[in-house]
Design a protein around this ligand. Structure first.
Ligand code: BGC
Length: 703
């Protein structure tokens, strides 16, 4: 089958059938088979409940999807539906939230996790996921930071491509693969004030160099679909932005898949104030390049009349239908519209899936502070340990946002999971209440405080004005630390929190994010040192909320932050620096960086940069060496640092190894003052570093 098949199919389709393909049917409990039988739907979202009457969180099942698919095969041209669902960081095997995944800085793990999610979801009939979410985010007040990879375009691009490979494989017609959807195109993370759905303003160079690269990486990796964002970007609703949806995406990048709107974002262009009514909104969105209308029904209700009235060209409808049919064809749906019951019977959450989830959780945890090497816990130093805090018995709370198919009954409660992995020799106590915790703390050798945000404090539309811990927790920490025992603070959260006042009070801080189904065991393994934490921050951690938006790859300004002069960027009530910079993360040993070497003083084609890293501690450990660059003089101002590479290196105590990075000419390209993309001659600084604020610095020139 090929394009010829699609063209021949299109030639047999009525106008209504073509428009039908553009409609994504959201039925919830009131599924009407006739919509499908009449060819009025190209896709069904969240296909739960056609048989039963459903709730939003009810899973798809192969039986339900097959039942609905049968109606499609009873339609005149028997065009199969594609079933779409939000499979964001796992289907039944819930992996850490995407922001936590980013902290692992490990694209292979992200790819493997997406492959597990694809296998599980496809066995329930889901052939299309609305993931990966690859929106750059510089403001952690925005709840959806949890769903993305943070603030850095290089890391986000690596992870975008990895997720696409994991979901889709090399051929997404394979029964255990699903079509990916890169979302939310584009600039969604720039919503002002961190308010989800609000408007954003992004300059063209920043859009090109920061927000668009992860999408370009996803397209390069072969992503089948994209989702248009809700927001108004620079005065144009993203779902009606022809320049970005058509000129850039298809014209410049050659994307030939389809674009789906976000939930009713087609008709929301009326609220944005650029369309008068549903017909106008539908015409604008379709012409901009939104091929499929998620849930609003505006396409199916208005496009035929708009065509007759001469308000839209037939090609817009035909091109949308063609793109959708193309992806269905690539997904193998014409040959295999049904989910094989054998596939449906396959077990989910297998031992190896859970092992992967545990490993991912461990590797995403970031050790932010570890005074006097309190961690890993050693029973000869701290025998009686108190576990307390609002996450003590957490189960489904470990999942984080967007897990409609996670099942908390499969999660071992946190305290039990920690006990199960605890080596012999510890005496683990627990306290459920504050007073009990205070009482027990005085009788224990150390306290592990398990605090943080519940999942519904982050994710869609869950924004905060205060990046502190949720109300009451800071007082609890203060009361516990007043007991004078060493305190290890473990924080579960869907975003960077502002912990400027908290961190100095405690002896150790481990950032666990929302770690997923194996979060408890992973935490235990890290606390007791069975494994070392190796995560690094994918976002800048501010001291106080008022510092955001805050990101490492900012511009220098004329009065730079770190200048010794009085007239520099500063706050009168807080240091200007972050509490922890992007890329930061400790482990159970220490490393020294020495002997930075550049293969040449000038980059011609490419340049090798190397450094020696030594494990200066007493335990084998893994370091994340990071390569940063700064373009010192540009036709436009350039960021103070940009990540261009990262490598894990595992070293025994005392061992030294050289890490080498290759920097290519293309890595120095940016959007220049004249709007073109390329490299400018001049001097550059380069670092091999353990985070975005330190490291060994060198210099080279280009041309
Ligand atoms: C979200 C999308 C999601 C869609 C379908 C919207 O509200 O913004 O991220 O994929 O719903 O559930």
């Amino acid at each position: 089958m090929s394009e010829a098949f699609i063209n021949s199919l299109l030639s047999q389709m009525t106008l209504e059938e073509k428009i039908g393909q553009l409609n994504q049917y959201a039925a919830w409990g009131n599924f009407d088979p006739e919509v499908v039988r009449q060819g009025q739907a190209g896709s069904v979202i969240n296909a739960a409940g056609a048989l039963t009457g459903s709730s939003q969180s009810e899973s798809c099942t192969a039986e339900t999807c097959n039942h609905i698919q049968q109606f499609a095969l009873e339609s005149r041209l028997k065009i199969p539906l594609i079933f779409g669902r939000d499979v964001i960081h796992g289907y039944r095997t819930i992996f850490p939230i995407p922001l936590a995944q980013a902290a692992a800085f490990d694209p292979q793990l992200a790819e493997d996790a997406a492959a597990v999610a694809a296998r599980e979801a496809s066995s329930d009939g889901v052939k299309w996921t609305f993931a990966p979410m690859i929106d750059i985010a510089r403001d952690p007040r925005w709840g959806r930071v949890a769903e993305g990879s943070g603030e850095d375009p290089y890391l986000a691009s690596l992870l975008a491509a990895a997720a696409v490979r994991g979901f889709q494989g090399s051929d997404y017609s394979a029964p255990d693969k699903i079509v990916a959807c890169a979302k939310h195109y584009v600039g969604y993370g720039a919503a002002e004030g961190g308010r989800d759905y609000d408007a954003g303003e992004i300059s063209e160079p920043t859009l090109r160099d920061v927000y668009l690269p992860p999408y370009q990486a996803a397209v390069k990796a072969g992503v089948g679909t994209l989702m248009a964002a809700f927001l108004d970007l620079n005065g144009v609703p993203a779902s009606a932005n022809r320049r970005l949806l058509t000129d850039v995406l298809r014209g410049e990048w050659g994307f030939d898949g389809f674009v789906v709107s976000d939930w009713e974002s087609v008709i929301e262009v009326i609220h944005h104030g650029v369309a008068e009514d549903r017909a106008h909104a539908a015409a604008l969105a379709l012409h901009a390049g939104v091929d499929m209308d998620m849930a609003s029904r505006a396409y199916i209700e208005t496009l035929a009349a708009s065509l007759q009235a001469g308000k839209i060209p037939l090609e817009d409808i035909e091109e949308g239908a063609r793109r959708i049919l193309r992806i269905k064809q690539r997904a193998g749906l014409f040959e295999r519209p049904f989910t094989d019951p054998g596939q449906a019977a396959r077990p989910m959450m297998t031992e190896s899936d859970r092992a992967l989830a545990r490993r991912f959780a461990r590797q995403s945890m970031v050790l932010l502070k570890n005074d006097v090497d309190i961690l890993p816990l050693n029973p000869n130093r701290f025998k009686r340990i108190l576990l307390t805090g609002n996450f003590l018995h957490a189960k489904g709370e470990l999942f984080g946002c967007w897990t409609p198919d996670g099942r908390s009954e499969y999660v071992t409660p946190l305290d039990r999971a920690v006990r199960e992995v605890a080596p012999k020799g510890f005496d683990l106590w627990e306290a459920d209440y504050v007073d009990q915790a205070l009482d027990h703390a005085s009788q224990c050798d150390a306290v592990v405080l398990l605090v943080g945000e519940y999942p519904n404090r982050s994710g869609e539309n869950n924004n905060v004005t205060d990046l502190g811990l949720p109300p009451g927790q800071a007082q609890f920490i203060e009361a516990i630390t007043a007991m004078g025992k060493p305190v290890i603070l473990v924080i579960f959260a869907g975003r960077p929190l502002a912990l400027g006042r908290i961190v100095p009070q405690v002896d150790a801080v481990l950032y666990a994010w929302h770690p997923g189904i194996e979060g408890g065991a992973a935490l235990g393994e890290v606390l007791f040192g069975l494994e070392a934490p190796t995560g690094h921050l994918p976002m800048t951690f501010p001291r106080v909320t008022g510092q955001v938006p805050f990101y490492y790859n900012h511009k220098n300004s004329g009065r730079p932050l770190n200048s010794p002069n009085f007239f520099r960027i500063r706050y009168v009530d807080s240091p200007s620096s972050p509490l922890f910079p992007f890329g930061y993360g400790l482990t159970y040993t220490t490393f020294a960086y020495n002997n930075l070497r550049l293969s040449s003083e000038t980059l011609q084609g490419s340049l090798q940069i190397s450094a020696e890293i030594t494990n200066t501690g007493s335990r084998t450990g893994t370091e994340l060496a990071q390569l940063y660059v700064r373009d010192l003089i540009g036709s436009l101002t350039r960021p103070v640092r940009e990540l261009k590479g990262c490598q894990h290196v595992t070293l025994n105590p005392g061992e030294t190894r050289q890490v080498t990075f290759t920097l290519n000419e293309a890595d120095l390209a940016f959007t220049r003052a004249d709007g073109t993309f390329g490299v400018e001659p001049g001097r550059f600084q380069v670092w091999i570093a353990p985070d975005s604020q330190s490291g060994l610095q060198g210099e080279f020139s280009y041309k």
